[in-house]
Design a protein around this ligand. Sequence first.
Ligand code: NAD
Ligand code: UD1
Length: 307
Amino acid sequence: MAEFLVTGGAGFIGSNLVDALLAAGHNVRVLDNLSMGKRSNLPLDNPHLRFIEGDVADAEVVAQAVAGCAGVAHLAAVASVQASVDDPVSTHQSNFIGTLNVCEAMRQHGVRRVVYASSAAIYGNNGEGVAIDEATAKAPLTPYASDKLAGEHYLDFYRRQHGLEPAVFRFFNIFGPRQDPSSPYSGVISIFTQRAQQGLPISVFGDGEQTRDFFYVGDLVALLMQGLLSEQVVSDPLNVGWSQAVSLNQLLAEIGVLCGGLPPVTHLPARAGDIRHSRADNARLQAHYHMPEQTPLREGLRQLLGL
Ligand code: NAD
Ligand code: UD1
């Protein structure tokens, strides 16, 4: 059976992908530095899984992890936009150098297929009021977005020059089980649901009218599996969203319904570089991929809340 490498595989999206690969009968290697990921997200007693604790910024470690595998899902990164604003130098090591190391290791070892976790953040505020298609001008507002966009450019260079087969997905806002709520840098749904369940006050940055296109992790994994395993792959980047805008205020109302009320909600100043509206035009994704049936926001929240 083929063996795949998942960088960042101990994290939220990565560990959900690892489960799907193992369930489909594949062998899996995970490379993760456990900065956000956890061993407990992985079935470490599964003989088809090999866990390597290491950093994607370390070229030698990456080369060893890549050697002999059939394909790579490169998900390792500091996923928080705010963390990149606070610490651009350190996050650049993970978010850009890590990607370059993966490209170079794949070239060295003749591995071609790579799934890359890019981001809607690369469009900046150019999606104001409209659904963003892939041709929308790029306007990275933060080091996080700049690194993700640079990674796309490097993958394209390695495709043209060295025959890599990148499947580039621009994720909008992914949510679901195993998204770690414990840091202020965590995804908003993980923070809001945990605080609602524990009765702790909730902070909204700005007026709460900013919108996001939330996408359930199980639905995303179905797409990542196709990107990794399908015979052919489109090299053009693809938006991953449902083209549905949900404001934070609407999100809080949904959580309130499911939890039977909300703790106190405070408004703080908006975050620097925070995007106002983010909604995907997903026509290109639909044209090239078998779309999973959508897990609606309410159903996804139920799963997350264990209801
Ligand atoms: P996550 O923090 O749960 O997963 C990232 C994993 O990468 C963690 O396990 C972390 O320990 C690991 N990691 C970080 N830096 C590393 C390094 N230098 N070396 C090795 N491992 C490292 O976050 P996630 O939401 O699962 O994000 C996965 C990927 O998807 C990231 O690349 C992120 O930028 C991207 N993405 C996420 C979203 C989202 O809404 N969650 C949206 C767009 C893109
Ligand atoms: C998220 C992802 C990022 C991805 C991008 C793609 C995380 C941590 N970030 O960034 O990896 O590339 O989507 O669209 O998964 N907020 C609050 N209160 C909080 C936390 C957040 O009001 O306690 C607000 C933020 O200011 C922001 C919104 O909620 O307006 C979403 O924030 P966040 O979940 O961090 O996601 P993005 O910044 O959209």
